[in-house]
Design a protein. Structure first.
Length: 468
């Protein structure tokens, strides 16, 4: 009868935690299973062979240090294949084996929540979106109810301010959603000396929304005030060309797309250059980037995020000035333009609908961000916000939910022990022998693996100080 997960856990509890050597062998077992797959490309197979040789060549008498080095090597492997379409089958295999949970459930870095005031700015940004929604509703009601002229003028100015604010925030959110997917560490660790994570989550969408709102609130507020005043004055003399605002709402995200294209170009340039890519504005950021962005390509993306921001913040003001000039100019020459442009549908319905859709989208993203503000996903970007210091188990594998891997290892170990007994070997496997002798395994559990037998023998010899 097969050993159940509960009995195996009880056995582990009785004899103590799985040793560093055994955890190291679990990682080797995953590599060996991957090497036996036949559907990988030649390039992927070669990468696996090189990686297998790398982690087997780790030389140290300290088994905890050896496990840590193997985990660091696995982390780099994952970083390399995540961004390479040629190795997606290998990546999926590792995910199916639960490697992300095993490797990253125990966070490697302490999370620090930002206290520089950015969170207050972010909240103010969402309040601004809510007030913009009220301004849009007010404008819609005024135009529908044929209100007095002075009220129409005020409503038009408020609508212009709301549309401008929403367009600017929309740009910031789209821009930072691109940026968080390009290099999340840039936001989780901060990219200026005084910055840290805005939220206790490594969800790239939630972080992108939060940083996008916080980063653009100030410029958005200034632009809204300028547009509001200019629109109110203009509306006092001529019909306001509100049909320009839907165009502005489309233009802002397009600038973010342009910034993304530019950032990718710069990232390729950085990666291909010979310059050193020293990332991080303080020791905490540098330490975190060793885990979150260990490859040159990812560090190039970290640099390119700054270029992305520079591109956007130099282009958005130009678009804003052009939009303001267009609104005032078209309003001033309204008598020469086609009457349809100043019809109720074009002047009221279309602009209100466009701004309304943008507001609903931003509020929906805000709700998503709030719901997932403390969500931690098991990946390279996981941070521990729960304590003052990183867990003592940070560089240990998390196997509580993947006991089948331990079971496979113990089955292989048992096979090794039987073989050693038949050969009258002098090796004493000590505590591990007592553990495995207590484990009942079914035939299906005893998946003998010669590679793992050799791995186990080699590691136990090193641990016991024996020599072949």
């Amino acid at each position: 009868m097969g050993k159940t997960k509960e009995k195996l856990q009880k056995s582990m509890d009785s004899y103590g935690k799985i040793s560093a050597t055994e955890q190291y062998l679990v990682l080797l077992n995953i590599v060996d299973q991957a090497k036996r797959q036949t559907d990988f490309s030649k390039e992927t197979a070669a990468k696996l062979n090189n990686f297998s040789a790398e982690i087997r060549s780790i030389e140290t008498q300290n088994q905890e240090e050896k496990l840590k080095r193997a985990m660091i090597a696995f982390n780099r492997l994952i970083a390399e294949i995540e961004n390479n379409d040629k190795h997606q089958k290998l990546l999926q295999f590792l995910k199916d084996k639960g490697l992300y949970r095993i490797l990253y459930h125990n966070a490697k870095m302490k999370g620090i929540e930002d206290d520089s005031g950015l969170k207050t700015v972010m909240k103010a940004g969402f309040i601004g979106i809510g007030l913009s929604a009220l301004a849009v509703i007010f404008f819609a009601l005024v135009t529908m109810l044929a209100a007095p002229f002075w009220l129409v003028v005020i409503a038009s100015g408020l609508f212009a301010a709301a549309a401008t604010f929403v367009a600017a925030i929309l740009y910031g959110v789209v821009n930072d959603l691109f940026a968080t997917h390009s290099n999340l560490a840039y936001f989780l660790l901060g990219h200026q000396p005084q910055q840290n994570s805005l939220l206790q989550t490594n969800d790239p969408v939630a972080q992108g929304v939060a940083w996008g709102v916080a980063a653009t609130f100030g410029p958005a507020l200034i632009a809204a005030i300028v547009f509001g005043i200019a629109a109110t004055i203009t509306a006092g003399f001529v019909p306001l060309a509100t049909f320009v605002f839907p165009v502005m709402l489309i233009a802002m995200p397009l600038i973010a797309v342009g910034a993304e294209i530019y950032a990718r170009k710069k990232a390729r340039e950085y990666a291909d250059s010979e310059r050193g890519l020293w990332v991080g504005s303080n020791f905490y950021q540098q330490q975190g980037l060793e885990v979150m962005s260990p490859t040159r390509e990812e560090r190039a993306a970290w640099y390119a995020n700054s270029d992305r921001n520079l591109f956007g913040f130099t282009k958005v003001p130009l678009i804003g000035v052009a939009a303001l000039a267009t609104v005032c100019t078209l309003s001033g020459v309204s008598m020469f333009l086609p009457a349809v442009l100043f019809s109720t549908v074009v002047m009221s319905v279309v602009p209100v609908a466009a701004v309304g859709v943008a507001i609903v989208a931003l509020l929906a993203l805000g709700i998503y961000t709030y719901v997932n503000r403390n969500k931690q996903i098991d990946n390279r970007s996981k941070l521990d916000f729960s304590s003052d210091n990183v867990s003592e188990h940070a560089w240990e594998l998390y196997l509580e939910e993947d006991m089948h891997l331990v079971q496979e290892l113990q089955a292989t170990t048992e096979s090794s022990l039987v073989s050693e007994k038949e050969d009258d070997s002098h090796f004493d496997f000590g505590l591990l022998s007592r553990r495995t002798s207590d484990v009942e395994l079914s035939d299906s559990d005893s998946d003998y693996d010669p590679d793992m037998q050799e791995n186990f023998e080699r590691e136990k010899v090193k641990e016991e100080g024996c020599v072949f």
